[in-house]
Design a protein around this ligand. Structure first.
Ligand SMILES: [Ca+2]
Length: 374
């Protein structure tokens, strides 16, 4: 039977999370070096006024101390990165030297990146974290409470309210759990001690530093996930810079403290990646086991809709579906010990995967959205 899994709805919940990264933080571990500490604090606070003392800051970093030698500032590839930030963006060299001298690799960041639940957990287990009673209940409250902004986002961006709410719900439990890790250390660790994705994370580290400068955040005091994602929406820094919006028009983009900004930003992100408001349906589909050799290779293949309904039906997929105007991709997920279900998913399913490249993730968002729709 054709079963529309998802459609439309409205509104939101949230709880406040204060903006991070603004207060001063002790700079140098050398308590006896009062002057140096004061200078470093001033720099890390965004005080870029050059004085003679500031000019020599990086020379005063105790480069032979154990703290310095085990810090990121002592690594040649970090020094190359700093040079690039200075030459490309005229970033303050002393500020970066001091910031990297304060941090070391966080090994847990790497082990977590290698064991992401959406990659290693079968769907029927994965979904229980997100499609469960408390997240559904709070999701309905969120949708109701923030109905006005969700309706506005639907009008402006064409994204259904319950989709926006479900994404924020899956990412941060509607803004309650935005991460407590210092993202500067996380991103530095992934940039310089995680070769598999070093290039990607170096570009995110670069974006984070630019974001910090643009917003007068103190480097090292911005909290987020172990992979450097920020705020209620868990945007990576590059997306924060490119796609986050000041939806409540208070003059700043605040993905920690402003639910409207989070709502507008999620909607803008999805629209940017091709969300289409006249779609949003995936259908559970029947499959012909006898023809499995024909369609098996198309299960979870690629990140785009692949075929039209008649093409699927010619292979033995979706024989009971009457019409389906758009192209779809064939999704197969484990729904029990040895049981798989199959779906034909349209473009919007894959747009959600631009948020997190996991079919389990996208399906969980869609299932939660269906449950919290008003
Ligand atoms: Ca705002």
């Amino acid at each position: 039977m054709m079963k529309p899994l998802l459609i439309i709805g409205i509104a939101c919940i949230l709880s406040g999370c204060s903006q991070n990264g603004l207060q001063a933080q002790a700079a140098s571990p050398e308590a006896d070096e009062k002057n140096q500490e004061t200078q470093t604090l001033a720099l890390l606070d965004g005080d870029l006024v050059k004085t003679d003392k500031h000019k020599n800051l990086s020379d005063n970093l105790h480069k032979n101390s154990q703290d310095y030698l085990t810090s990121y500032a002592a690594k040649p590839d970090v020094q190359m990165f700093i040079t690039k930030m200075v030459s490309t963006y005229q970033y303050d060299a002393d500020l970066l030297q001091a910031a990297f001298a304060k941090i070391q690799a966080r090994t847990k960041t790497i082990s977590k990146s290698d064991n992401q639940p959406e990659v290693i957990t079968p769907y029927y287990k994965y979904r229980t974290r997100f499609v469960e009673s408390s997240r559904i209940r709070e999701g309905k409250k969120f949708v109701k409470k923030h109905q006005k902004w969700l309706a506005k986002a639907q009008k402006d961006y064409g994204v259904n309210p319950e989709i926006i709410a479900a994404l924020i719900g899956v990412e941060t439990f509607y803004g309650r759990i935005t991460g407590k890790k210092d993202v500067f250390t996380s991103l530095a660790t992934l940039s310089f001690d995680y070769p598999r994705r070093a290039k990607y994370f170096q570009s995110e580290l670069e974006a984070y530093l630019l974001l910090a400068r643009e917003n007068q955040w103190q480097i090292g005091n911005t909290k987020g996930s172990y992979s450097g994602a920020l705020g209620m929406t868990q945007f990576m820094p590059s997306n924060y810079r490119k796609l986050a919006v000041d939806y409540d028009k208070d003059g700043k983009v605040d993905l920690w403290g402003s639910v409207p900004d989070a709502i507008g930003s999620v909607a803008n992100y999805l629209r940017h990646h091709g969300w289409q408001d006249d779609r949003g349906v995936i259908v559970a589909t029947s499959t012909n086991g006898a023809t499995k050799d024909k369609w098996q290779e198309w299960i979870n293949k690629g990140r785009k809709p692949a075929k039209s309904l008649p093409e699927w039906q010619a292979m033995g997929v979706g024989k009971d579906i009457k019409t389906l105007s758009s192209q779809t991709g064939l999704i197969g997920l484990q729904v029990g010990d040895a049981k798989f279900n199959y779906w034909l998913a349209d473009e919007n399913f894959f747009v959600i995967m631009r948020y997190n490249p996991s079919r389990r993730y996208s399906m969980a968002v869609l299932e939660l959205a269906k449950e919290i729709r008003l």
